[in-house]
Design a protein around this ligand. Sequence first.
Ligand SMILES: [Zn+2]
Length: 432
Amino acid sequence: MLLVALLFSCKQEETIEKQPDLTPEAQLAEIQRRIDSLENFISTYPILKPATVEPNFGLFQTLQGVGLDLKQSLKIINTLADTVELGTLKAGQVFWVGFDPIDTSKAVLFRYAENPATFHFLIMDDRGEWIYEIVERPVNIRYAMYEGVLQEGSNLYNTLRDIGIPQNMVGVVAGVLECKVSFRTDARVGDRFKVLLKETRFQDSAWIGGKVLYASYDGSRVKQSEAFLYEEADPKSSFNAHYTEEGEALVHSGLRYPLDRLHMTSGYGYRIHPITGARSFHSGVDYRGAVGTPVYAVADGVVVQSSFGNENGNFIAIKHSDNSQSWYLHLSQRGVSTGQKVRGRQIIGKVGNTGRSSGPHLHFSIKQPNGSWMNPLAKKMIATPKLEGAKLSALKEQMGAIRNILTKTENAEPRSIGDSVQATVRWVEVLD
Ligand SMILES: [Zn+2]
């Protein structure tokens, strides 16, 4: 009854919130009231457990860590999938899961503060279906240009961190620039860098999100290198990345290993099948591994299949920037879902013995863009895509827009950042 009453009152609040004649202050107060009422409801729940994200873990592993079974975990993930970007969870983030006081293995509440301004709630209704609620506080969006000079005893990573750029953005900036500049050998005191971010902040201070629109590096040992963000209408396009002015992608392209220890038990090509005894084509390589051993994505990409098949068992297919795909078969657990973006070296599942398999192992394959399998051992790199034709024209157009934003921010008032670093930031608010 309590649940029904709460849900009913939430629906009521939603209609109140949308009334245009509320003042901004009244709207803020209403949002805060709604957060408080949901938070209060959850915090007084009899069995409440914090689920903390471990390094390299997704929501799937995190939920299993507080005792949710496979079915419940997947139900939560699928309910959130349309609205929450689950590929970008940070280690240390905490979810709250409330359990039914009678059937204590059954989750009935779920709460996730994505950032200081965005709260997601799931509340189970009487029919056992999750009802999703999101509450968002207003945020500021701005273009911010950070400019700095490398100083004695520092490097680009430290400098970017010291001037307040979040760790994940530092990684992106350093990653794209490193394709052109070897910081280890070529960085010198006095080298200059520029980074243009589109930032979302809460109350002007708390970082909520952002993207790197532009980065440049100008050093005594290296000529100026520039990187521009290119995005297609489809946010999951594998072409969305940073490029040089000429359309050359700035992505780290080396392949990582799918397992920590590689012990191959069967190679690629024709063989006598261990179960059927028939001569058959083996489309990948088999690596020995105990059930539960973590399986890693070999490169950045998008999960195009995460499902179960009679032959493949639990399997995952990831599409990479050169349109090749890596396949991982016979898993005991899958930790990513179709459509999700993954990073190289991210844990995507666990070794298993599902499907047509003669013992625990990982079957690993590479499918070429033309659809045929190739020997995975022959694949050393994910080819770096180069934009051509219409895509190159679109890049030039987006570069023009980015250069306009650079000019706008350059005209804004510079603010120095701390005393220890020689850097400034200038920003303009985004009005849209
Ligand atoms: Zn195999």
